[in-house]
Write a protein that binds this ligand. Structure first.
Ligand code: WTA
Length: 572
């Protein structure tokens, strides 16, 4: 029997207070995700149950029970508090997918501070922009990443503490740096958790937009209500499940469903910190008897590419439920997974801003391959006319997805960016920025994004960020960055540049520019290709028309060019 039972029954008279009751929460109580994910689970008699099975390079394994997670997050909290870090201070987690990241996340929350997880693959510039916006007080990192912090340290007077979790004593510590070893520090059995309330800030995730710098999405502790219930009903996690979420906590999937969701339900989860590979992934599932697997379309398409034979070489019979998020999950991938695993991937749709799943496929409900599914109970979704923002009530007619902003995990603001936050609302609807249709049965079918953001392998890349990095190179006069089609990643980043006087277009220069921006950006945002143009297409007001370059890459109709500069269309 699935946790949700019948979707149709659940949507009748749904109320989020159901989750409040299950979590024994009453309005006005102290509310702390760190406590819910460790202390409470121990109080429920699961102290000795495994919380985390971690595997790193070379097959190194570490295991932590819920009591280990409770004590170690206390220990980290105690250490941070000792440094003078207070509630609402931002603490960045800048690590690979190591246990310190998962447990440290709870430690930060336990002192009432705001956890700011960032991909460890970020270059110094990507890191700086995000720390600067958040005015981050402390960063927890590894010795292999500390060089990037040192490089930008002079520009960050607000960053008081750099905590290295794996220092081996070989190299000297520099200014503001210190050492903390989670497994070796004196364990703190009892810790006074900061009395955060439902509306106290918890997590700050950065997400890319079309223009401007990345936006810091602020979430609050109360988000747990949505994350708990969606984990229970969509991922269908049950007490004896072994769960694997492949996402990095630098991405919201890796926190909402890679830490908070499973641990608030007291579920054992696995983490593989070795990157992608069909063979190692299947081996990991087989070895740990993983039963529930949450991944992303790019990974699924890569597995498809690796072929069916490698699947048959492993015993994957432990799998009982699969789900996906981050990009359109094409029907072929769903059909393929049914063929090779005997189970379809259940698509889920949501965003950094929404904090929890909005549209999903539910156990027991018919899956229509290629559709994102239906709104989660308690979520009001609509398709809006792009001009009037009025509801379109006609089945199969595309428009913008809007949501009534009333669910617990909804973002509370963009950090220090009220103006952009306000723009996300029209006629009382939260505008997702995505286009979709709804069919006769209430299923959503994704059409596309309504902006220029590139979704490469599930990672959102802001063209603006890549363009800015390109412009810093002395040879580059102008730049425009768009998506280009790709078999596996759906989209990859492509850059167009014009050159300054005195520079000649060449492969050698392309390589030089690539090396230059590689240090600034994350590998995910790196262009696959740079194309030289004499001029870029622009509107009469001088704005670069990425739309035209995009259309060229996708072999689409160019459409209305009436606002183009006179000479521009010639280069397309
Ligand atoms: C896209 C991810 C199609 C969409 C948790 C959204 C999807 C953006 C799906 C959010 C899906 C996410 N089908 N597109 N199932 N899921 N997207 O903030 O464009 O990194 O707005 O959060 O990814 O990406 P974000």
């Amino acid at each position: 029997m699935s946790n949700i039972g019948s979707y149709d029954e659940r949507i009748k008279n749904f109320d989020w207070s159901l989750a409040e009751k299950e979590l024994d929460y009453k309005d006005g109580d102290t509310f702390n995700i760190g406590w819910y994910c460790s202390d409470r689970i121990c109080e429920q008699g699961k102290a000795n149950k495994l919380a985390l099975i971690w595997e790193g390079l070379g097959g190194v394994e570490k295991r932590y029970t819920f009591n280990d997670v409770r004590v170690r997050s206390n220990t980290i909290g105690h250490f941070l508090k000792g440094l003078g870090i207070k509630n609402e201070d931002r603490v960045c987690l800048f690590m690979d997918k190591i246990p310190e990241l998962y447990i440290g996340f709870l430690g930060v929350l336990k002192i009432g501070a705001v956890a700011q997880p960032l991909f460890s693959a970020f270059g110094d510039e990507s890191l700086h922009v995000r720390l600067d916006n958040a005015q981050t007080t402390a960063i927890i990192t590894q010795r292999k990443h500390v060089g990037k912090v040192r490089k930008i340290l002079d520009q960050m007077p607000y960053l008081k503490h750099i905590i290295i979790v794996d220092h081996d004593g070989k190299k000297e510590l520099k200014e503001r740096e210190m050492v903390f070893s989670m497994d070796e520090a004196a364990p703190v059995e009892k810790f006074e958790i900061f009395p955060t309330k439902a509306e106290s800030p918890s997590v700050l995730h950065y997400t890319s937009g079309t223009t401007g710098q990345p936006k810091g999405v602020k979430h609050v502790h109360y988000s747990l209500i949505s994350q708990y219930l969606t984990t229970k009903w969509v991922l269908d996690l049950q007490d004896n499940d072994i769960y694997w979420c492949t996402a990095d906590p630098g991405w919201v999937t890796g926190t909402s469903y890679g830490i908070i969701g499973p641990w608030s339900l007291g579920i054992t989860q696995c983490v593989l910190d070795t990157g992608f590979g069909a063979e190692p992934w299947y081996k990991f599932i087989e070895k740990n008897k993983i039963s529930m697997w949450y991944s992303a379309p790019t990974a699924i398409r890569s597995l498809m590419k690796a072929g069916d034979e490698v699947v048959t070489q492993h015993d994957l019979s432990s799998l009982r439920h699969l789900a996906s998020v981050g990009e359109p999950l094409n029907a072929e991938a769903v059909i393929w997974s049914e063929k090779v695993f005997g189970l379809p991937f259940y698509d889920t749709y949501w965003q950094t801003e929404t904090g929890s799943m909005m549209i999903s496929n539910y156990p027991g409900m018919k899956v229509k391959p290629g559709s994102m599914g239906k709104t989660f109970p308690g979520i009001t979704g609509v398709i809006l006319d792009p001009d009037t923002f009025e509801e379109i009530n006609e089945p199969n007619k595309p428009g913008l997805i809007g949501f009534k902003p009333d669910w617990p995990a909804m973002m509370r603001m963009y950090w220090r960016n009220e103006e952009t936050y306000q723009k996300k609302f029209k006629n009382g609807w939260y505008m997702s920025g995505d286009r979709s249709t709804i069919d006769m049965d209430g299923y959503y079918w994704f059409v596309g994004r309504d902006d220029d953001v590139i979704n490469t392998g599930g990672h959102l890349v802001s063209p603006f960020e890549v363009e800015s990095a390109l412009l810093e190179h002395e040879a580059v006069a102008e730049s425009a960055v768009v998506a280009k089609p790709d078999d596996v990643n759906m989209e990859v980043v492509k850059a167009f540049v014009t050159l300054n006087k005195g520079y000649e277009a060449s492969d050698e220069l392309e390589l030089k520019i690539m090396n230059f921006i590689r240090k600034k950006l994350s590998p995910l945002a790196m262009p696959q290709e740079i194309e030289y143009l004499d001029t870029l297409p622009k509107t009469r007001s001088g704005k670069i028309m990425r739309r035209l370059l995009h259309a060229k890459e996708w072999g689409e109709e160019i459409g209305d060019t009436s606002t183009l500069e006179d000479d521009a269309p010639r280069m397309i």
